[in-house]
Design a protein around this ligand. Sequence first.
Ligand SMILES: Nc1ncnc2c1ncn2[C@@H]1O[C@H](COP(=O)(O)OP(=O)(O)OP(=O)(O)O)[C@@H](O)[C@H]1O
Length: 259
Amino acid sequence: MDIPACEITVLPGRDKCGNTENFDRIEIRPGETLSIVGPTGSGKSAFINDIEVFARDDTVTGRTVLVNGQIPPEEIVRDPARKPVALITQNTRCLADLSVGEFLEMHVRARRIEREGLVGETVALANEFTGEKILPGARMTGLSGGQTRSLMVADAILISAAPVLILDEVENAGIFKDRVIEILRAHNKAVIFVTHDPLVSLMCDRRIVMRNGTVAGVIQGGEGERPALDAVRRMDAMLAGLRERIRAGEPITGPVPVA
Ligand SMILES: Nc1ncnc2c1ncn2[C@@H]1O[C@H](COP(=O)(O)OP(=O)(O)OP(=O)(O)O)[C@@H](O)[C@H]1O
């Protein structure tokens, strides 16, 4: 069953001191990418938690989250097969004692999807996100952090088909973040990244800045940030190259090219 694309609206609650938040509403539409930034303890996780549980003034923040302009019905909130939001964090792991292929086949069957080759497509997509190739015969429990996250993102796109994805600090875990963003956009997903990564933040359409448990600002990316994005892209590629050389055990002597 495909879950139709939807629009998420976050209505204001209160900051940590109990003051009403200073925004009208934040709307997240299909195909949009949003990053949540801010110092430790500023309320980033609380913000995405509100979206994940479809808050109704019943969380610490007092926010309310609407789906297509309305309080979502119970069956959307409770039934994982109908829930439009998938959350993937650094700690998301799958503890099934199955091979990757068996696990995905089971998920395809549970979702009653009849499409030839979907398991293979999902593994192939996951392999676009990670440098450490995933084999269909590998055990789920033996996958590395980066492989697990890549597989979960590919599964969320092709099998769970959740229209809204929340990725909580997954960038540190050996996945090609620019490729992930590109593919998620191509699939018209709404994506929310909680991130400390400059490249991910600058690649997103908008940045929500958190402070003291509240939304302190919303920054629209765009042409003004283009030079910064281009520079960060070059730096990131340089660092990725260096990381690979260090991982391969090369001594890093002589000058390192700077972006
Ligand atoms: N609006 C709020 N009202 C009351 N408490 C809040 C609010 N927002 C966040 N908190 C609480 O403040 C604490 C820190 O928030 P949170 O974990 O969301 O921060 P964070 O930005 O995700 O931090 P980190 O970067 O360390 O993960 C949590 O205990 C959370 O429940």
